[in-house]
Design a protein around this ligand. Structure first.
Ligand code: HEC
Length: 185
């Protein structure tokens, strides 16, 4: 198959189709940094909201704090967007607020269905399962793709969701993914 060097913008589009926001690698770090202190089994569970992975299902569903595909009905997101002085704002009193990027990430994750297992299309169901791995770009985008080969300073990957093969400059990948590419050789 002919491969072309692509700009990361194109890779991001592929990532958006596969799954733009991954729970474990993109949502958990936000909760850990800004919420676990008061909402995790290992510490304190305020307001009966436990964000520990195994307790997350209790917060997700119709009428719960996270309503899949309905960010506007998801009280968890709404509380995080209230003004600093609102008595319901999370985290409380406007301390350690979520950044606009984090809010957008949370919103996108909910819009995509608030999956706890990762992408909209689980890797296990994909034909390339087994060979597929997660790859992270320097700006934090994650895609699910199978390593094909190293080609100079590029790594050739087949994106699981689309079946398209791309050459991605190694420099555009996170250090971990660069190591993964070199190890795959
Ligand atoms: C400093 C402690 C603290 C932090 C940090 C914190 N919360 Fe809370 N949270 C509380 C307390 C206390 C309550 C209970 C408030 C109440 O019942 O009035 C609560 C309640 C909630 C509720 C339920 C509200 C309701 O009406 O049932 C949600 C949802 C929530 N928090 C989400 C979050 C999220 C998401 C984060 C991180 C972005 C967060 N909280 C960070 C202390 C905290």
């Amino acid at each position: 198959m002919k491969t072309a060097i692509i700009a990361l913008a194109t890779l991001s589009v592929a990532a958006a189709t596969a799954s733009a926001v991954d729970y474990a690698s993109q949502i958990v770090p936000i909760f850990r940094a800004k919420c676990y202190e008061c909402h995790h089994t290992s510490k304190k569970v305020k307001g009966d909201v436990d964000l520990a992975d195994d307790k997350m299902p209790e917060s997700i569903g119709a009428g719960k704090h996270i309503v899949p595909s309905e960010p506007k009905k998801s009280t968890m997101l709404i509380y995080c967007t209230l003004p600093d002085d609102d008595e319901d704002v999370m985290p409380p009193k406007g301390k350690n607020r979520l950044s606009p990027t984090e809010l957008k990430m949370l919103e996108t994750w909910i819009t995509e269905g608030a999956s706890l297992t990762g992408g909209a299309a689980p890797a296990a169901a994909a034909p390339t399962a087994g060979g597929a791995q997660k790859w992270t770009s320097t700006d934090g985008k994650v895609i699910d793709a199978t390593f094909v080969r190293l080609e100079g300073d590029n790594v050739v990957l087949t994106v699981t969701a689309t079946g398209t093969t791309y050459a991605v400059p190694l420099a555009r990948l996170s250090p971990e993914s660069q190591t993964q590419a070199k190890a795959a050789k």
